[in-house]
Design a protein around this ligand. Structure first.
Ligand code: ACO
Length: 323
């Protein structure tokens, strides 16, 4: 059987650093409150004139280089984003143009913070049918552009960035020893829309809108939903949670990460956490953390990875991948 093998991962953070103290000058908050409730110390912000596709291109370049591939080999690009440069075309087609990739398949996936997990599962469908030989799956966001800078309950939580993986087909035996995406679980519950959404859009207000969230409700759903998705993904992959080498969660809040790890029985030493330095970069957070784990030598070929996320929709999901 054909497996979707991740052959390279890259990440990119924009140049501007925003500390908690910087935000305390804008809204009634403090470094102490933000650290205690979220674990966040700082976040990155894309400067004016830099858009989501620019961040995506930089992350993609690094992933391609690590995979030993060139843009000319890419036949499928899927970008998970909720902060596209324009209402259309898709960020994926902009990345295709900016990288100089040949005519192929390119489109965006919109599942907010769960976007990268959803996008990887979508790409797996193309790879398994032999319709893609070299794919880019990118999570890229400029979440700071959706912030209401008078709302201290949300504006301290998010940052900008991008992460990317190169995915190629590999022959597998259909066992958990195979390299590649071994199993996943995706879920959505549209009845929970009011907990986390943006109050604008092209067919409603005609404006971009601002992010609105009932933080404590989202928190409660996150731990329960993500834990359930992890167990389903592990079952689909034919592995035990105890077999996982590295847990790469969506980086929303250190307390959510730890709550989930405790609930499903993952040792905290196995958790890759970048939330302190990146904050919540939505669909970019998993590949960014993954790239960091590879760059610092923790994640190695053959390792069994578990990724998960929950976001607006609500949407959530998890996936198990062997490198
Ligand atoms: N600084 C100081 N005080 C604040 C701030 C702030 N930045 N934000 C909120 N507060 C205040 C509130 O106004 C409230 O004050 P009050 O009691 O006088 O009314 C108090 O802190 C408690 O507010 P809560 O919202 O109950 O605080 P909580 O402990 O739940 O923490 C937080 C809030 C950090 C948003 C938390 O709920 C959270 O992280 N939720 C998950 C949200 C999330 O990560 N969403 C991202 C997308 S979904 C995902 O990625 C999983």
């Amino acid at each position: 059987m054909l497996r979707s093998v991740v052959t390279g991962v890259g990440g990119y953070l924009p140049t501007e650093v925003v500390t908690n103290d910087d935000l305390a000058k804008v809204v009634d908050t403090s470094d102490e409150w933000i650290r205690e409730r979220t674990g966040i110390r700082r976040r990155y912000r894309a400067p004016e004139g830099v858009s989501t596709s620019d961040l995506a291109v930089e992350a993609a370049k690094q992933a391609l280089q690590r995979a030993g591939r060139s843009p000319s080999e890419i036949d499928l690009i899927v970008v998970a984003t909720t902060t596209a440069d324009l209402t259309f075309p898709a960020v994926a087609t902009m990345v295709q143009r900016k990288l100089g990739c040949p005519v192929g398949i390119a489109f965006d996936v919109q599942a907010v913070c769960s976007g990268f997990v959803y996008a990887l599962a979508v790409v797996d469908g193309f790879v398994a049918r032999g319709q893609a030989k070299c794919a880019l799956v990118i999570g890229a966001e400029t979440m700071t552009r959706l912030m209401d800078w008078t709302d201290r309950g949300t504006c301290v939580l998010f940052g900008d960035g991008a992460g990317a993986v190169v995915v190629e087909p590999g022959e597998g035996q259909g066992t958990p020893a195979d390299r590649g995406l071994l199993g996943f679980s995706l879920r959505a519950d549209g009845a929970k829309q009011d907990l986390l959404y943006v109050d604008g859009g092209p067919s409603s207000t005609g404006t971009v809108g601002k992010l609105r969230m009932q933080g404590n409700q989202v928190f409660r759903h996150a731990v329960v939903n993500i834990s359930e998705a992890i167990l389903l993904a592990a079952k689909a992959a034919g592995v035990e949670v105890a077999d996982i080498d590295w847990f790469i969660p969506h980086q929303a809040n250190q307390r959510i990460l730890e709550g989930v790890a405790r609930r499903v029985g993952i040792d905290e030493k196995r958790v890759i956490s970048t939330v302190a330095d990146h904050a919540n970069t939505s669909a970019a957070s998993i590949p960014l953390a993954w790239a960091e784990g590879v760059a610092d030598g923790r994640i190695k070929p053959g390792d069994l990875l578990l990724i998960e996320a929950m976001g607006g929709g609500l949407t959530w999901g998890a996936a198990v991948i062997r490198l």
